[in-house]
Design a protein around this ligand. Structure first.
Ligand SMILES: [Zn+2]
Ligand SMILES: [Zn+2]
Length: 196
């Protein structure tokens, strides 16, 4: 059984949309965040409620948006499940039922990053900033993931003494420890790489 506020919210949202309400199954979990599933074929929403009350409310509203949003044609399973039409309904419900724009963007964007683009197009306050911040973070991550650059192509290591060190005379890299011992026994090959 859902708590009273949740049952009341379902009635209120569905009455305002002029639609019959779903049956709501409510389970409890120890974690902070909630999750939900909407099964239109069964006329049912299931919420697994975490301990965070804002997240409970947002999750129920998210599932109600699935309940109310015109369903996208199913090409592959879950295709365009969280599309522009869905988010138009979802962000309107968040706004009308006590989820601040900042919370909606933070939480929805944390779970479904693609929601930020929709929120931005819908003019949700703060969405543009969040969208740009995410783009910058993605760019930064891509930059860090850039493949290694070859500074000196693969070559046979030629050991030379350099004071108390031993270096490869081809690329200048210091050779130490087990690698040095191995290369003294038998000439090896290596490549000099750099990031960025
Ligand atoms: Zn969803
Ligand atoms: Zn070398």
């Amino acid at each position: 059984m859902p708590p009273e506020w949740a049952a009341a919210l379902v009635v209120e949202v569905c009455a305002a949309a002029g639609r019959p309400g779903p049956a709501v199954r409510w389970r409890r979990a120890r974690r902070a965040n909630s999750s939900g599933v909407t099964r239109p074929d069964l006329g049912q929403i299931t919420v697994t409620a975490g301990t965070d009350p804002i997240d409970q409310r947002l999750t129920l509203l998210h599932e109600l948006a699935h309940w109310l949003a015109p369903r996208a044609p199913r090409r592959r399973r879950r295709t365009s499940h969280h599309n522009a039409t869905f988010y138009q309904v979802a962000f309107a419900l968040y706004h009308a039922h006590g989820i601040s724009a900042a919370e909606a963007i933070l939480r929805e964007g944390g779970r479904y990053p693609s929601s930020l683009g929709h929120a931005r197009r819908l003019g949700v306050a703060g969405a543009d900033e969040a969208w740009h911040a995410r783009r910058a973070a993605l760019r930064e991550r891509a930059r860090q993931r850039r493949p290694m650059r070859i500074l000196v192509p693969e070559h046979v290591v030629r050991l030379v003494r350099d004071g108390r060190w031993t270096r490869c005379s081809v690329c200048g890299v210091r050779v130490v420890g087990p690698t040095l011992a191995r290369m003294r026994r038998r000439a090896g090959r290596h490549v000099l790489l750099a990031t960025g």
